[in-house]
Design a protein around this ligand. Structure first.
Ligand SMILES: Nc1ncnc2c1ncn2[C@@H]1O[C@H](COP(=O)(O)OP(=O)(O)O)[C@@H](O)[C@H]1O
Ligand SMILES: [Mg+2]
Length: 280
């Protein structure tokens, strides 16, 4: 695969890692001291991350470490107890999930959430509701602009399906697609909202090794084609170490290490977190 792909990272003054290409550009995501408590349980605490506009970043850690909760905070599913989230420099405090999506963050889910009885194509178009330029009245009255918007939506959805190798299943019901294909369809749906960053929650879960390898290439191709950032949670270390330029490791809701794949691989605290925890 011919991707013009440089993994060279530089240190910026805040001591975050940024891709060389992202130097001098505003981070797409700048998270400071983020935390959330559920009753007496502190699920996330003191979480900091800076993600450059075209960076592929990873979030790893044992089960129950708080990874999905961090994604829920970033997408306004939960409001933080502490800290702030700047998305493209804008504080998302108090925003709804729909609003932060319009602002530029999209995601996939650890437990796939597709409309099983709808076609793959319609699932993608649902994701596009944000960007379709057509008033409610125009669609209700089926005005010409409705058909124009509908045609444009169809074309865009088909292009994205094709991009992820799913054009031939466009009219198949999502629920009857194999698991690995559903995961890719969720990525297409996220891309359809024109995000500046996509969050992938365990995108390779349930995939076989060849699907995982294919996904790895697709993740890079998404970044290199759309010039967006990708932040992914994944247990498949081969995938994480191969595609991520920077990695944050969480355990018990806190960051225990941050760095390049090479740094993370050798970090004693990371090795301890993975090997030392009995409940896996
Ligand atoms: N809505 C919630 N209410 C109470 N506890 C929650 C809620 N969401 C997550 N948690 C708890 O937060 C912790 C982190 O969970 P999670 O973020 O799903 O971990 P991970 O994705 O790293 O496996 C767990 O102890 C989980 O039970
Ligand atoms: Mg999770």
């Amino acid at each position: 695969m011919a991707d013009n792909y440089s993994r060279k990272m530089i240190r910026v003054p805040s001591y975050a890692l940024l891709r060389e290409q992202d130097q001098g550009k505003m981070p797409v995501l700048d998270v400071r001291n983020l935390g959330i408590d559920f009753g007496g349980l502190t699920a996330v605490d003191g979480f900091n991350i800076t993600i450059g506009p075209t960076e592929i970043s990873g979030l790893i850690g044992p089960n129950g470490a708080g990874k999905t909760t961090i994604f829920n905070l970033l997408t306004s599913v939960y409001q933080p107890t502490r800290g702030s989230i700047l998305l493209k420099g804008i504080d998302t405090k108090g925003m709804t999930t729909a609003k932060v999506n319009r602002l530029g963050i999209a995601r996939t889910f650890q437990n796939i959430r597709l409309f099983n009885d709808m076609s793959a194509l319609d699932n993608v178009k649902v994701g596009m509701h944000n960007s379709i330029k057509c008033s409610f009245l125009a669609s209700l009255l089926r005005l010409p602009q409705y058909y124009k918007a509908e045609k444009a939506a169809n074309e865009k959805a088909m292009e994205l399906l094709d991009f992820m190798g799913l054009a031939d299943v466009a009219h198949v019901k999502a629920g009857s697609l194999p698991y690995g294909v559903q995961r890719r369809l969720e990525i297409v749906r996220a891309l359809a909202t024109d995000p500046a960053i996509i969050l992938l929650d365990e995108p390779a879960a349930g995939m076989n090794p060849s699907e995982t390898t294919e996904l790895m290439h697709q993740i890079r191709r998404i970044r290199d084609t759309f010039h967006i950032a990708i932040f992914l949670i994944e247990h498949d270390m081969n995938l994480v170490m191969n595609v991520c330029e920077a990695i944050a490791v969480v355990n018990y809701g806190k960051i225990i290490a941050k760095g390049t794949p090479e740094e993370i691989k050798e970090n004693p605290a990371v090795i301890e977190a993975y090997l030392g925890r009995k409940d896996g």
